[in-house]
Design a protein around this ligand. Sequence first.
Ligand SMILES: CC(=O)N[C@H](C=O)[C@@H](O)[C@H](O)[C@H](O)COP(=O)(O)O
Length: 226
Amino acid sequence: MLHSIIQSLKGGLIVSCQALEGEPFYGSDYMARFAIAAEMGNAVGIRANTPQDIRAIKKVSHLPLIGLWKQEYSGFDVYITPTLQEIEGVIAAGADIVAMDATLRTRPGGVNLADIVNKIREKHQVLLMADVSTVVEGEEAEKLGFDLISTTLSGYTDYSPQSEEPDIQLVAELSRKVSIPVLAEGKIYTPEQASQCIQAGAYAVVIGGAITRPQLITKKFTEALR
Ligand SMILES: CC(=O)N[C@H](C=O)[C@@H](O)[C@H](O)[C@H](O)COP(=O)(O)O
């Protein structure tokens, strides 16, 4: 079952349906509609933030769902599903895959990533996705027993390349160096870039803003007219 979920993502597009408070499309109903639109466009999976959005999407879509829960803890940089509490919340909401920060940065509560992975494995049958920003973090995630890796955090840690472009080099290098699937995620704005990621070795591609954040899409066009 878990293996067939991974298989079903191969070579496909996963749409990240996320809006934070303050964004025009903030709200689980909007996210559910984006998920329906993604399915109509032949996406193979959905990525979603918060138990509330995950539940709303699960009601309208049968696509595999990568769940996360962004939470900020004062004094810590890690915010994507940072502690066991958020992980349990995402699993309880019905996510098929739990995405979490798998950087080597200090986590709230001082808990280490290996302990977190072991604790989930003892209790749950769920796939684990490591959101990383470097090759070393990806290699470490494979050793810890993650099922998939995503390049989500490249450009969002202060020691990874700060670029407006997708980190295709990271996708390529990681795909060569680890044996678990590597997903390309972050700053992919065009179909050509998505295709380049697959050619570079990505198992699948995750796109968020370019599909589900209309204010960002609009800005790309208005900037081109300047
Ligand atoms: C860094 C971070 O917090 N990334 C988040 C992870 O879930 C989302 O805000 C992104 O939308 C997602 O990764 C897809 O990326 P992009 O929207 O660039 O296509």
